[in-house]
Design a protein around this ligand. Structure first.
Ligand SMILES: [Zn+2]
Length: 378
């Protein structure tokens, strides 16, 4: 536990000693003299309504006591049930700390996407003083909740390191994806920070493994960070004793709330240069030969007017990169279906083509799904 200290920071364009004393944008030694600063740091927007309201994002890979990747996957009911208990315990610890530290209201939103149509949190077990954010329509928790004057601070719990950091379940957005904004590869925690920074709201607290702590050291040194485990690979970890780590979650959240005005809202310099980088199982090479697309070495880069446009563009490219997942599906198909899988798949593709071309088949009408409550990522 404890704030991530700038002294541990790796040199990045965005890190500098000015973080400790003020708000001016700053650049590391690696920045060319004439390059625009990648971001600016600002004091939090003043509380608009006299109610200190905090939004908590939960993920599910950085939980206390957790060392099994199946615990954050709805596809594995037994292990997922364990994960829900751990998640609820961690969220409750953070809620308690935030309230002790002076928060008036705490709201929770699902930033995970386990595949379950229902919330990952056990709502019966959730601290009754907190409530889950829900909407009647689907929404993207990273960007669609952002508006000025509602929340004063953001906390994130159960988070993971970014793609390439070799943390427990480290990734960014989804499998095999790396988001780069103004030349900075970002974690999901930073993604939340840049999204809320647009309206002057800082991220004040985070929990996760030691690799995430390292990821954030240079870029968000004001965060009160609780390290709940040490990653030993992307699929294994040495968790701290749960009671000890949970006590730190309470204390860290309390301290973060007491000092929330010392945190910094982060805003990307515009226009935003965005790069999507793919690693296995994702793949962007299909775009290599397309004129007008800036592709090189599994990376596609574009300029966007602001954070939201950059985010939307990246998410669009994620859909392309996920085409790479098909090679894994083909491997599974071959192993499950033997030689017959290839023929069956080929026949189905040809059948779809010939039926459509003959006018015998058309895509099903898009009927609106039955109304349901949406709680963030599925
Ligand atoms: Zn995540």
């Amino acid at each position: 536990m404890g704030a991530v200290t700038p002294s541990r920071s790796l040199v990045r364009r965005a890190s500098c000693a000015a973080l400790a004393v003020g708000l001016a944008a700053c650049s590391g030694p690696g920045a060319p003299a004439d390059a625009p600063e990648p971001r600016v740091l600002e004091e939090p927007a003043p509380d608009a309504d006299g109610v200190l309201r905090v939004l908590v994002y939960h993920d599910m890979e950085g939980l206390t006591g957790q060392s099994d990747p199946n615990t954050f996957r709805f596809a594995h009911p037994d292990r997922y049930a364990w994960g829900r208990e751990a998640l609820t315990g961690d969220v409750n610890a953070v809620v308690a700390g935030l309230l002790e530290g002076g928060a008036d209201e705490v709201h929770i939103v699902d930033g995970h996407g386990s595949g379950s149509p229902d919330p990952d949190l056990l709502l019966d077990g959730l601290d009754a003083r907190a409530r889950l954010v829900t909407r009647d329509e689907p929404f993207d928790a990273y960007v669609d909740l952002v508006e000025p004057g509602v929340y004063d601070a953001i906390a994130v719990v159960g988070m993971h390191a970014k793609t390439g950091s070799r943390g427990f379940a480290s990734h960014t957005y989804t499998l095999g994806i790396d988001f780069v904004l103004n030349d900075m590869a970002v974690t999901e925690t930073e993604l939340v920070g840049y999204s809320w920074g647009r309206v002057g709201v800082p991220v004040i607290f985070a929990s996760g493994d030691d690799r995430l702590a390292a990821d954030l050291t240079g870029t968000m040194p004001w965060i009160e960070f609780v390290t709940v485990k040490t990653a030993t690979s992307a699929s294994t970890a040495d968790p701290r004793p749960v009671a000890e780590a949970r006590a730190d979650l309470v204390a860290g959240a309390r301290e973060a709330m007491r000092e929330w005005r010392a945190a910094r809202a982060m805003r990307l310099t515009e226009p935003v240069r965005a790069t999507l980088r793919a690693v296995p199982p994702a793949d962007l090479s299909v775009l290599a030969a397309v004129p007008g697309i800036a592709y090189a070495d599994q990376r596609v880069t574009f300029d966007a007017v602001d954070f939201r446009a950059a985010y939307d563009g990246l998410v669009g490219l994620v859909a392309v990169a996920r085409g790479g997942y098909a090679s894994v599906m083909a491997e599974v198909g071959r192993s499950l279906g033997g030689a017959g899988f290839g023929v069956a798949y080929s026949d189905a593709l040809f059948g779809r083509w010939l039926d459509f071309e003959s006018g015998r088949w058309s895509p099903p009408e898009l009927t609106p799904p039955p109304p349901r409550i949406h709680h963030g990522f599925r």
